[in-house]
Design a protein around this ligand. Structure first.
Ligand code: AVJ
Length: 343
């Protein structure tokens, strides 16, 4: 392991996997680190709100409250994404395990609630190392501990950092059986250019002989798509507005949440769901003493969720020098899982 090569804003916590107790992964967040995290958050918020089309980075949805809201979203009738992918993963896990083979290293950018990774780890033949990566250190350690308790024989190497940045720390050892697991259609959050760059980074991580298992949500009937992001219970609205609440709390903002309305629309041209917050009146907002003016109905663009056809995703992968060795979709063609290797 080449620790020298760690990206500057990434931190690795190496464990030997031989002991299991509930204090193994402890957050070492101190005040200076928190404020530097907030400084980056602030810079990105100010940059986005100074654009002609105001925007905010969707990666900041996921504080504790936002992560809980996202888990609630996954349970909604309208949000078919999570349950469809999980059912598909159950169906194909044996086949995946055979394709991956034994003694693998599983790398997961953006460690999730853990159900999908547990399904995969359970199916695999003696996996050796699990590398969860997440921007939130607390969430990362929490997830790592759950996995360690359930899989005491697997080594765990949590990496704290922004997984959208290049990670070269895994080195160039091509003899290792490295697999990136990237479920959830999180790839949809990237625009086409960043998605290509990101896939190239993943290709570097896995080396010549590794593979990438990636979940990709499919283009479908516009009503199904839009309903999935405009649910009746208002969970997605709360999730979207939580970004403003975070800015208020962490960055000394004064957004009036009641003066913004959630809306998600499918942009046919760009083949993506866009989430916006629409200003209900002319108003101004201050963040860390910087003032921003909103006209009535002006929007903040908070998230893109790109949808692909099997072919358009193959084209994207090809741009990153990757090819699909196998593609699975559910019966209704709602969701796809690709097994990518170097082309
Ligand atoms: C976690 C990025 C896959 O885009 O469907 C859910 C996030 N946003 N509802 C998605 C999300 C609104 C989700 N991803």
């Amino acid at each position: 392991m080449d620790e020298q090569a760690l990206h500057s804003n990434q931190q690795a916590f190496i464990t030997d996997g031989s002991i299991s107790n509930n204090t193994k992964f402890e957050s070492n967040n101190d005040k200076s680190q928190l404020s530097s995290e907030n400084q980056i958050f602030l810079d990105e918020v100010l940059e986005g709100l100074n654009k002609p089309q105001k925007s905010l980075p969707c990666k900041y949805f996921y504080d504790e409250k936002g992560s809980q809201l996202f888990e609630d979203i996954c349970e909604l009738d309208e949000y078919y994404v999570t349950r469809t992918e999980l059912a598909l993963l159950e169906d194909i896990k044996k086949e995946l395990a055979e394709m991956i083979g034994s003694r693998s290293t599983i790398i997961e950018p953006g460690a999730g609630a853990g159900i999908k990774i547990q399904t995969l780890l359970n199916a695999l033949d003696s996996p050796e190392l699990y590398v969860p990566m997440d921007i939130s250190e607390d969430f990362l350690f929490y997830s790592a501990q759950i996995i360690q308790d359930k899989f005491p024989h697997i080594d765990i190497l949590p990496i704290q950092g922004d997984f959208t940045q290049p990670v070269k720390w895994l080195g160039k050892n091509d003899s290792e059986n490295k697999v990136v697991f990237f479920p959830g259609s999180t790839i949809g959050n990237f625009d086409k250019k960043s998605a290509t760059d990101f896939l190239i980074n993943l290709g570097d991580m896995i080396g010549e002989n590794g593979s990438i298992i990636i979940g990709v949500d499919l283009i479908k009937d516009t009503n199904i798509l839009e309903n999935a992001y405009n649910d009746d219970s208002g969970k997605t609205e709360a999730f979207n507005k939580n970004l403003l609440a975070r800015i208020n709390q962490q960055l000394d903002g004064n957004f009036d949440l009641s003066q913004f309305k959630h809306e998600a629309i499918f942009n046919h041209q760009e083949e993506r769901i866009e989430m916006h917050l629409i200003s209900q009146q002319e108003q101004s907002v201050e963040i860390n003493s910087e003032k921003f003016d909103f006209s009535k109905h002006e929007t903040i663009h908070t998230e893109n969720s790109h949808k692909y056809s099997v072919d358009s995703f193959l084209a994207l992968a090809a741009d990153a020098n990757l090819k699909s060795k196998k593609i699975w979709t559910d019966e209704q063609q709602l969701f796809s899982i690709h097994y990518l290797v170097q082309s």
